[in-house]
Design a protein around this ligand. Structure first.
Ligand code: GLC
Length: 520
């Protein structure tokens, strides 16, 4: 039943359909030099651990030179590694270590904005006649001295414009004032940004996660928006120019034979918006390879809502497209904390790793980590996202501020369950969250039906979510009891065929928050 080997399939799907991607927030993964900040050698030293878990690719949040106003999402040099993370040689060692293990590396590419310390912006700001002036979006203030338009920036609720006294104009920033927006309507910007992709592809990197990539489509059109759209952060820009730019980015990726992939952070939540950024791959007008769908992440652990979210994602990302599945990342409260129990987090792991799509795991979810409690005097993120960025506890010994396998107190406090959920307490321990993830990844690896088979979602039955995964002769059933009470097994399901349960041996009824996989 689970004995297919990939080589027997008539058509091999591209690697990124078949991969499980593991996001690392490098500051918080593993510190090799005792400065309290995780780094590249720290990651390389843990590759056996990640390989044993069974993930196929790593995505690293930004590692480039940055003043860290937004912890790396403010890039001052796209082609150089920030010394806090290591050196070029450290990156080469990481790439080699991954490739030796058959794993891949994705970097985080931040195309919408640079740091205000980037030499492009420093030049742009130096004079109205600078050859780089038009690389950013500069406008005159309105006659009454107010900003050039009514847009609001993300994070602090301030106008999306900062006035530069030296040249008496304002520049656009959809995020912090330290993150000026590039003007992608300028072909020189587009060419320079394409070169930053080539720089890393030439170095053997396997692809990118593209930060708020839909926003590059604003070009240089910055007309007022209706007030109700401009009062909150203006981050839902969805314009045809973005698609044009992405078609050309795709061509850059296709210059390379090692099939580099780009997954886009398309933070657009309305029907059909995110999938549209995959373009039309069949006609050769492909855009992104994968595009995040954040609606499930914003869905509560509640039967109707979760069923509807899954149905919608699967329908919108039907062939020739392919969905992603992401429940946690460095911007959101961890799903273990949001859902409120370990049992739910275990069932969520089954959903993540058995549905049709490419799963993106956020480091620490395989340990069932909760967010950290961040005292007021330890808050460092301008948008208050520190809790989910807490350092990963490798060992149990330690307190909120130190220990846990970190050679020095790390930059943020540890997650609130660090002492009970450290990696050393879970690896090789039957029944742990880590071993559940490992079992699921092993099952997935051995099962073409789970990796790229069809998925049929049944109508919700009470609180019971059910889907079938099929390919050729292989057939698996997944049941997740999202309800508050135990429920009967469906009459047509053979309990003897259970290959995995989140609650140990199957009993007479499916318990609340239990998830099982059945093969037949
Ligand atoms: C994305 C990143 C987030 C960052 C923002 C601005 O949403 O995930 O961490 O702050 O873009 O770059």
């Amino acid at each position: 039943m689970l004995s297919h080997v990939p080589g027997q399939l008539a058509t091999d799907p591209p690697w990124w359909r078949d991969a499980v991607v593991y996001q690392i927030y490098p500051r918080s993964f593993a510190d090799s030099n005792g400065d309290g900040v995780g780094d590249l050698p720290g990651i390389t030293a843990r590759l056996d651990h990640l390989h044993a878990l069974g993930v196929d690719a790593l995505w690293l949040s930004p590692i480039f030179v940055s003043p860290m106003a937004d912890f790396g999402y403010d890039v001052a040099d796209y082609c150089a590694i920030d010394p806090v993370f290591g050196t070029d040689a450290d990156l080469d060692a990481l790439v080699a270590g991954l490739h030796d293990r058959g794993m891949r590396l994705l970097l985080d590419w931040v195309p919408n904005h640079t740091s205000d310390q980037h030499r492009w912006f420093v030049e742009s700001r130096s004079s109205r006649d600078s050859p780089k002036r038009d690389w950013y979006v500069w406008r005159d203030r309105r006659p009454d001295g107010s900003p050039p338009n009514n847009w609001t920036a993300a994070f602090k609720g301030v106008p999306a414009w900062t006035h530069d006294e030296g040249t008496d104009q304002s520049y656009l920033h959809l995020f912090l004032p330290e993150q000026p927006d590039l003007n992608w309507a300028n072909p020189e910007v587009e060419a320079a940004m394409h070169d930053t992709l080539r720089h890393w592809l030439d170095r053997g990197v396997d692809g990118f996660r593209a930060d708020v990539v839909h926003l590059i489509g604003k070009g240089s059109d910055v007309e007022d928006l209706p007030d109700h759209l401009a009062k909150g952060p203006v981050i839902a820009i969805d314009r045809p120019f973005g698609h044009e730019l992405l078609r050309r980015i795709r061509l850059v990726l296709e210059e390379y034979e090692h099939e580099p992939m780009m997954v886009g952070e398309v933070y657009l939540l309305r029907e059909g918006q995110s999938v549209a950024y995959l373009g039309d791959p069949l006609s050769g007008d492909g855009e992104l390879h994968l595009s995040f769908d954040f609606r499930p992440l914003h869905t509560p652990w509640e039967p109707e809502a979760m069923h509807a979210a899954i149905a919608r994602t699967q329908a919108e990302f039907a062939e020739p497209h392919w969905p992603t599945w992401v429940l946690s990342n460095h911007d959101q409260v961890r799903h273990r904390t949001r859902y409120g129990s370990e049992a739910r987090a275990r069932a969520a792991a089954v959903l993540s790793l058995t549905m049709r799509g490419t799963p993106f795991l956020y480091h620490g979810e395989e340990l069932g980590l909760e967010d950290a409690d961040i005292p007021d005097d330890r808050v460092v993120d301008p948008a208050g996202r520190d809790g989910c960025r807490a350092p990963l506890p490798w060992t149990a010994g330690g307190d909120a501020e130190s220990g846990h396998g970190w050679p020095a107190p790390p930059w943020l406090p540890f997650p609130r369950n660090a002492s009970t959920h450290a990696a050393e307490l879970q690896v090789g321990v039957e029944g742990s969250m880590f071993e559940l993830y490992r079992d699921l990844l092993t099952l997935r690896r051995s099962s073409p039906a789970l990796r790229w088979g069809a998925m049929d979602l049944a109508p919700l039955a009470g609180g019971l979510l059910r889907y079938e995964r099929t390919l050729d002769g292989e057939h698996l059933t997944v049941l997740v009891n999202l309800g508050d009470a135990a429920t009967d097994w469906p009459a047509d399901v053979d309990r003897g065929g259970v290959v995995l349960s989140t609650m140990g041996a199957a009993v007479d009824a499916l318990r609340a928050d239990e998830a099982v996989v059945i093969g037949r």
